[in-house]
Design a protein around this ligand. Sequence first.
Ligand code: GTP
Ligand code: MG
Length: 331
Amino acid sequence: MATTGMGSAKAGVPDDGKRTYRSEPGIAMLGATGAGKTTFLGALQIALLQDERGWTIWSKDPASRREMIKMNTALTSEGEFPLPSTGIDTFDWILGSRRERTERTGRLRSRSFEESVQVTLKLTDASGELARSDQMDLDDRRQLVEQVAGSQGILYMFDPIREFNRGDAYDKLFGLLMDIIATEAEHPGFDGRLGHHVAVCVTKFDEPRIYKTAESLRMLVWDSHDAAGFPRVHDSDARDLMHRLCRLSRSGTGQAVPQLLERYFYPDRIKYFVTSSVGFMVSERTQRFDPQDTENVYRIESGEALIRGPVNPINVVEPVLWLVEQMALNG
Ligand SMILES: Nc1nc2c(ncn2[C@@H]2O[C@H](COP(=O)(O)OP(=O)(O)OP(=O)(O)O)[C@@H](O)[C@H]2O)c(=O)[nH]1
Ligand SMILES: [Mg+2]
């Protein structure tokens, strides 16, 4: 099979009419400590499995593969969340799919072929602690800044619960952005904005305070084909929900987070999503979503959080595929 990068290069079409499209975009996860970055990655495989578009995920790199299996098993079989990250983890995962393509071969002729799409995701997942201003001189922080600067996409995890309790998302993001911009400013043609595509994920939608806020704003929508009756917030309302949740920020700076993102990245390269990595609790009695008992998490005496029931990720595939698509379109 012929191989090419996504973008301007073209793939050859071998005789069997099949070809492979390959690309290697880097995606960095950003977000405060405990925002749900690693859980989101751990939920990606099960989310892809439940998604009708048929994408698969695998890894050729033994360490990345081990982590994928470990995170997946912990979430789905053992009901455990990941431990807080230390330092920086980088995963080489591959997303695969097939698609039909028709190409003109002459003025009146065209041929169809099946294309295998492979996207190597180089995912950077660092401890949220590295965003603290007192970490600026550490090697890990420098490495994180370099990896984010060198990535094409960012998954920014915004945790409204932490924002109620601590209200530090703005400070952390601002400090990191300043460091990333200082790195990018070295490049000729830098115009003060970062060129990354940014998927902003409002996390923990199953948490009652977040769910109730969306409900009170009449932002819930239902898919009639969804057997369990899980609600969602449409992407077009996600930014507004984040803004409303930010009003409750402890420090009062939460509302400036979308402004900060939209000033330092190009606004048309940002998209907002409302997500839950573990999804909603399913009532054991009815096997359906229960609006009075949404959270799929409970805490044991030691304070450790565990997952209550089956994991049904909400909007975990979408931000990743959106980034992959944007990066493929824009190179
Ligand atoms: N309700 C709910 N809680 C979640 C969800 N995802 C994560 N959490 C909670 O958030 C905690 C932190 O999640 P992590 O994925 O470890 O967060 P992180 O951003 O990787 O944190 P650091 O590695 O410390 O920077 C978990 O232990 C859970 O208690 C979710 O989808 N819903
Ligand atoms: Mg983590």
